[in-house]
Structures are given as structure tokens and as C-alpha cells.
Design a protein. Structure first.
Lengths: 353, 353
């Protein structure tokens, strides 16, 4: 598979064609139902078809990017760091939540090792692209070099290219990385202008004292590194994570190659925000899967300009919300394909048609 | 199949066993993920298993109850009355939105003729239980007799009995009836205490003038018939509809026979509210599929005490929101069955576990 560099991907991003969007809506409006009555399902179908030129999904794939975080030494997570590789093994064995939910909607799962602090042997479903064995502690310096930030973005772009080559018409983002709500909240604060306290929450389940500490750690990291919110690669390098870079690259690459991408929850949205700030039209390719319980999520979604599809009080990551949203996008496409027109069904149009 | 009368069904309703709910949650909490991180999926799994004793759905079925409404002569709908039988034929041919969405989630669709103003020949998937050829115009008198209200409820109960006999573990409600947001809004106003203007909206797409007229028609009907909100059968008889009675009966029957029931949108929720007021434990068996665009929906859901699963700006009826919600409930059960425990997955539990 050909390696595509970051700038080439950015330069190839185009807006979604508004004439194509209108043509799909016209097709929907000929169907025997009150106009607009399928609500957001119509939006999903419209965007998917305008982006891909298809009204059916050949294959769906969730990429669960995994990485470790130096900032875990500050006590920001309820889980120990060794859980990152343990969960990677669980993904590969098909025993995690993302596996169950992806099976439910018929999506494949690929795990991408972006920077787990463990050396994995090759395994089916595992894509080895380690940029480093965990980031550095961003409370004491930059999480990674700018070169590594670009490298992690380019791994994500490569995954989008893989989708294009293999006929994957709908990609999903996912994450695994103990401690990764901390860099995600740092990105949220840096890029939305909210205070750290406004965008920082309990992650996998820390208590009040740990939450106070987590906020302080993020404030320290932001003050120390002074990431430039106008330079998304700088933000990723100073306070990000390898898996967040992979997610950002996948989202960017999907926009570059015309592939709709379902963005999971809080961590994935931090990645999607970096991608969206690298090119404004990236957001047109994003389907925001769900509203996370993490309090900083809404501010990032607002900046991206996408409304979440689901709101089920989830806060798991892995790509779980994305898998569920894929099922709804697929339902929208089935309605587009299979609902008869007023003419074909012999139904009298209403006065508002 | 044995006919069950209304009082027998009401008398057999029991609360969902709280010990069973707790046992399912304990099973969920042993799975390798942060506690509670699957949010409402955990609630869906907990309730489904506690109600049915199963963790897998053998069969799902949507019942789309159809009926006509005398009140359409007041000009309350954007569609002409003949669309009700036309859409029934569309359902039977598999060309409507509910057919497409039910196929997507693997649910069967049965159409129940409760009171369409058309004589149907027998057809596969069609259940003929006509109570009358459309209700009377409730702006000029009661919509139906009390005996017919009981009869329509008992048809719904019979459908729940059918589910029990045929191994249908998850039932869904649906509706078809031109004009039926009008009786539904009337029921909402009568049973929630809101004003008619607060719960009445555009249905399939009426304009401002028609909306003003619709509100006036409902106010006239409520003043004329004076339905007793403490007597749900009286409410159904005075201002309801045959298909709304069928829905109410299905919901009540599902509670009686221990079958979880997915309640679709505005019209279905009017039926579910009647059922919930007939016995307080009915609500424990209800899964509220989605938040409709109809402004009176939220007030009825609040009275039932169930929070909608989806919020996708839908306003179609037929059972469409219910079909989508069935897919999410099934996903929740798959996660329950297939996600490994901390022990089995070799994952270290967090400090909050």
C-alpha cells in the first residue's frame, strides 16, 4: 500500500458536493412517507451517498488505535497501565465490547498498535505501526516530537488508504489507552478555549480527589508546553497521544479519499478535532457517533459542528458507540434503497408534498 | 389462540423482579470494562433479561395497528383518508419504511386491521380484527363505544398472547391511520394536564392555519366528550382510535405475559400511556423507542417514566423508531453474552471495580 504524506492528504480534501446532496434528498422526497419524516436518517443517507456515490455499504471497519501515555505516572486513571496491552489481547481474541458490538452490525475490527508499551507478535487483525512505547509525560515536557506527531497522523492516513483499496465504505474510529481521557481533555481545553475544569471528567471512573489531581496535571501540562491551538500538529505533539494521532489521521484520510467516517466518543473526537482544524472540510465526512458522558465532549463536537447520533450515557471508547451508529447509518441506506415511491406504491401524496 | 379479557390481563401484571435486575447487573459488572461504561445498553440488557429470563432474542415482531378516524372530516391532516388502506397495501408488499427498517434488524411485521375504512381480503402478514370502519368524529361525539374500546384493547392483548405462543421475545408497536396525531394529542392533553396547544403539532406536515384548526378541533372534542383521565378506557372511547386501543392492549398484554415491548413514537406512546394508567407496573415492560418531533410526546413519556432510546428527529410512525431501537436492545444483549469477564480476559480490574 502506498504511503501518503500528511500534506498530500490535506491538499486532496474537497467539500461534499451540494448538488449530489440535493439529488439524494430529491430521491428521498419521492418516497411514500411525509417529507422529512425519517429525520436524521435522511441526513445520514444523503451524506453517505453524496460522499461515496453508493447507496449500499460493501464493508465496514472499526480501527481501534492503541497507545500508552506517560502522564499515567501522575495517577490520572483508575486502571493500571498494563491494561492497555491486556485489552489489545482481548480485542484480538474477540472478547471485548467493541468486538461484540461490531459483530452485531457486521463490522470488522482492526487494532492498530500506535504506541503501546509492549512488543506484540504479529497477529490476525493487529496492525503494527508503533511510533513509540508510550508518550512522554506531558506534565513534564512534550508528549512526543513533532516528527512523531506527523508519523502518527500518517499511520491513520494509511488506514484510510487501506479502506479505499479494500472496498471499506464506512470507517469507524476507536481507541484504547489507559490514561487517554487526560490528553483528550487537554486537547479539548486547548482547542475550544474552555477551562480545563470545564472539559475534564472521570474517565474510567476516578474519584473526586483524583479528578482534582487530573485537572491540575492538565493545567500544568498546558502551561508548561504552551501548545498553539492554531497549529493542530503542535497540539498533538505537545499534549496528545499516539492513538489520538492515528485517529486524527484516519479521519483526515477518510476526508481525503471520500470515505464517511464514524467518530466514536471523547478520545476519538479529540482526534477528529485535530483533523478538522487541519482542513475545514474534514467535518463534512464525519458522523459523530454518540454523546459521551465525558463533560468535555460537547464542546469539541460543537467546534466540529456535528451533532451526535446517539446519546446512551456511554463512556467506554474502543469504538463501541461508533459500531452502534454504523448500524443506524446502514438502516438509513436500506430505507433509501427499499422504500417505494408514491407512484410505485400507489399512495396519494399529501398536500404538503 | 385463547382470548384473554382485559381484566384478566390487568390482574396478571407483576412488577419486574428487582433481585433479577440486580443479578444481571452483577454479571455485567464482572465484564472487562469500566463499571457502567456501556451506559443505557446495560439498562436494556438488565431489563430484558429480568423480564424474560433469556439473554437472547428468539424472534422480534412489530405490530402495525391500522385504523381510520372520523375526525379527518375536520381537515386535521395533510393526507387524504384513502392513504390509510393504501399504506396497508404498501406494508403488505414490503415497500414501506417500517418494512425496510424491520428487515434491517431482522424483525417481522404484522399489520393489524383495527378499523380501516376498507374491507381487506385475507393476506399474509395481515391480521383482520376490524372493530369498525373508522371511528366517529370526536369533535361531534364519542369516537367509539366503551364496548368497542374494550374490544380494541383485547385485540392488542391477543397479539401479546400470540407473541408468547410463538416465541416472540421482543414486541414492537406501530401505527397507521391518517389523522391519528389528533386523537393522540387529545389523549396527551387529557391525561397529562397540559393544554391542547402545548401537545399538538403538525403530524404529517400541516401548515400554520391547519394547526390552529387542529387545536380548536381537539379543544372542542375534549369539551364535548369530557373524558375522565382517571378512567383510561373512557379516554380511549371518547377521544381515541381503534389502532390506539390495539397498541394499548399490546403494551398491556406484554406486561401481563412478561414480554418487553418497544413503544414507537407519538401515537404509540398515547396507547402506551393508556396501558400504563390501567396498571402502574406496565411501564416497567416498556422500552421507549425514540423522541418524536411531535411536541406532545415528551409529556406523555414523562408520565410513563421512560426515557427515549433514540432522538433522530423522526415523525413517521408505522413502528419505524421501534425497529431501530430493537437493534440497539439486541446489541446490548450481545454485549452481555459475548464480552469476557476480567478473569477470562486476563485484564486487571481498576481501582473502582
Amino acid at each position: 500500500m502506498s504511503r501518503i504524506d500528511l500534506q498530500t492528504a490535506i491538499d486532496s480534501i474537497r467539500p461534499v458536493d451540494s448538488a449530489k446532496l440535493a439529488a439524494v434528498q430529491q430521491r428521498i422526497d419521492s418516497q411514500a412517507k411525509p417529507q422529512g419524516a425519517l429525520g436524521r436518517l435522511e441526513e445520514f443517507a444523503r451524506r453517505f451517498v453524496a460522499i461515496t456515490g453508493r447507496d449500499e455499504i460493501r464493508a465496514k471497519r472499526v480501527f481501534t488505535f492503541a497507545g500508552d501515555h506517560g502522564v499515567t505516572e501522575e495517577g490520572v486513571s483508575a486502571f493500571p497501565r498494563e491494561v492497555t496491552p491486556q485489552m489489545v489481547f482481548n480485542f484480538l481474541e474477540g472478547g471485548a465490547s467493541i468486538n461484540a458490538l461490531a459483530r452485531q452490525v457486521g463490522a470488522a475490527v482492526n487494532v492498530v498498535d500506535m504506541g503501546v508499551d509492549h512488543e506484540f507478535a504479529p497477529a490476525e487483525g493487529l496492525i503494527l505501526r508503533k511510533v513509540g512505547r508510550g508518550t512522554a509525560n506531558f506534565a513534564k515536557g512534550p508528549a512526543m516530537s513533532r516528527a512523531d506527531a506527523v508519523r502518527s497522523l500518517e499511520v491513520g492516513i494509511e488506514m484510510a488508504a487501506l479502506c479505499r483499496e479494500q472496498g471499506v465504505d464506512l470507517a469507524g474510529t476507536g481507541d484504547m489507552g489507559i490514561g487517554n481521557t487526560t490528553p483528550s481533555a487537554a486537547i479539548a481545553a486547548c482547542m475550544t478555549g474552555h477551562t480545563v475544569a470545564e472539559v475534564t471528567f472521570r474517565g474510567t471512573g476516578i474519584d473526586d480527589a483524583a479528578l482534582v489531581n487530573k485537572i491540575r496535571v492538565i493545567e500544568t501540562g498546558l502551561a508548561l508546553n504552551a501548545p498553539d491551538p492554531k497549529d493542530p500538529v503542535d497540539v498533538l505533539a505537545k499534549i496528545g497521544g499516539f492513538e489520538i494521532g492515528g485517529i486524527a489521521g484516519l479521519v483526515l484520510g477518510c476526508a481525503a479519499f471520500g470515505i464517511p467516517v464514524v467518530v466514536d466518543g471523547f478520545i476519538s473526537t479529540a482526534g477528529a478535532l485535530i483533523a478538522s482544524e487541519l482542513h475545514p472540510n474534514v467535518r463534512d465526512y464525519i458522523f459523530a457517533a454518540h454523546q459521551s458522558v465525558e463533560i468535555g465532549h460537547g464542546a469539541m463536537l460543537a467546534k466540529i459542528g456535528q451533532r451526535p447520533i446517539l446519546d446512551l450515557d456511554m463512556r467506554l471508547g474502543e469504538g463501541t458507540g461508533g459500531a452502534l451508529a454504523m448500524g443506524l447509518i446502514e438502516a438509513a441506506l436500506r430505507a433509501l434503497r427499499e422504500v417505494k415511491t408514491f407512484d410505485d406504491a400507489g399512495v396519494t401524496p399529501g398536500s404538503e408534498q
